[in-house]
Design a binder for this molecule. Structure first.
Ligand code: NAD
Ligand code: UDP
Ligand code: UDP
Length: 313
């Protein structure tokens, strides 16, 4: 049994990770400041004697003892990370420094939840880990993109300088139950709009692409990354390489929810990447991992979640 710290543990991905680690017999310390996380995501874990919840902001130092650290703390949806962009950069950068300092003191293995956003608006397609990316350093997405890039830099410098055991995974768009209904990400937006019979909002012409990974697949990839030999640091792409336009996604969601919603077109936000699709050759080789849940299957479960939430409200 290991003692595992999960920062951002009350968020969408973090809550699934806590659940999975507890099921694996580990002790979990969930660290969260509840900026975008919710108590309801982890309410069912509170009675578990192996689960501990700590309200804490990772931009502040943290002195605890553990064996491994998963660093997920950071708002992930554009409307949330752009709400207080200075705080977003601080969370990524100061948060990484504090968690790396913690890992260094207690000799813990530490994983960073990085992102496909480090590739920016990519001119290499699909994206491989050796691609350096095309990121605007001064745009509205930069607080997130550059914060995450700097966090990767810190991870690799702590590895080179202090021989820390690090793992960096680059997560591509992931969806599933416990996404915040108002967090503005495309899958939750489309499902919530379709279930309410409201217009489904396509930004731009809807020809931009994303590749959507179901949460259970992602968590499996994350746990496998943590279990790799110490020599393996990543960065490793974890995502589902099936690529869709936003128009295709909207049409599928409307069909699957049996909705009468209409498509409406809204302006495309600044610096919105035109295409995104992971090359997962490295994950296949190093983690023996590839996604198992197709979009239709994952959407079915996610639609059920949002339906149940609407009924309970
Ligand atoms: P989320 O917003 O649901 O979760 C983030 C969690 O971090 C929340 O619980 C929030 O309260 C917490 N948090 C934010 N700032 C904090 C701070 N300063 N101190 C402590 N806690 C703080 O988002 P998510 O989708 O679960 O994303 C989790 C991680 O995975 C993030 O680091 C995100 O960048 C990364 N990621 C997610 C995706 C995705 O598609 N979901 C894609 C790429 C990367
Ligand atoms: N830190 C922490 N918990 C610890 C050890 C360190 O939060 O158990 C933070 C502390 O704020 C420190 C930062 O991590 O400034 C970086 O630690 P490091 O040892 O790399 O550098 P220091 O600033 O201590 O020289
Ligand atoms: N998007 C959209 N309608 C929405 C929300 C998002 O068309 O209601 C688009 C957005 O412009 C982007 C894609 O969907 O091109 C994915 O957006 P999301 O915020 O989910 O993730 P990210 O852009 O960070 O990959």
């Amino acid at each position: 049994m290991e003692r595992v710290v999960v920062t951002g543990g009350a968020g969408f991905l973090g809550s699934h990770l806590c659940e999975r680690l507890l099921a694996g017999g580990h002790e979990v310390i969930c660290v969260d400041n509840f900026f975008t996380g919710r108590k309801s995501n982890i309410a069912h874990l509170l009675s578990n004697p192996n689960f501990e919840l700590l309200r804490h902001d990772v931009t502040m130092p943290l002195y605890i003892e553990a064996d491994t650290i998963y660093n997920l703390a950071c708002p992930a949806s554009p409307i949330h990370y752009q709400f207080d962009p200075v705080q977003t950069t601080k969370t990524s950068v100061h948060g990484a420094i504090n968690m790396l300092g913690l890992a260094k003191r207690i000799k813990a293995k530490i994983l960073q939840a990085s992102t496909s956003e480090v590739y920016g608006d990519p001119e290499v397609h699909p994206q491989t880990e050796d691609y350096w990316g095309r990121v605007n350093p001064i745009g509205i997405r930069s607080c997130y993109d550059e914060g995450k890039r700097c966090a990767e830099t810190l991870f690799f410098d702590y590895w080179r300088q202090y021989k820390l055991r690090i793992k960096v995974i680059r997560i591509f768009n992931t969806y599933g139950p416990r996404m915040h209904p108002q967090d503005g990400r495309v899958v939750s937006n489309f499902i919530v709009q379709a279930l309410r019979g409201e217009d489904v909002t396509i930004y731009g012409e809807g020809t931009q692409t994303r590749s959507f990974c179901y949460v259970d697949d992602l968590i499996e990839g994350m746990i496998r990354t943590m279990s790799t030999p110490d020599e393996f640091t990543g960065p490793v792409n974890v995502g589902n390489p099936r690529e869709f336009t936003m128009l295709e996604l909207a049409t599928l969601v409307i069909k699957m929810t049996d909705s009468k919603s209409q498509l409406v077109f809204k302006p495309l936000p600044g610096d919105d990447p035109r295409q995104r699709k992971p090359d997962i050759s490295l994950a296949k080789k190093a983690l023996d991992w590839s996604p198992t849940i197709e979009l239709e299957q994952g959407l079915e479960r996610t639609i059920k979640y949002f339906r149940d939430q609407a009924k309970a409200a």
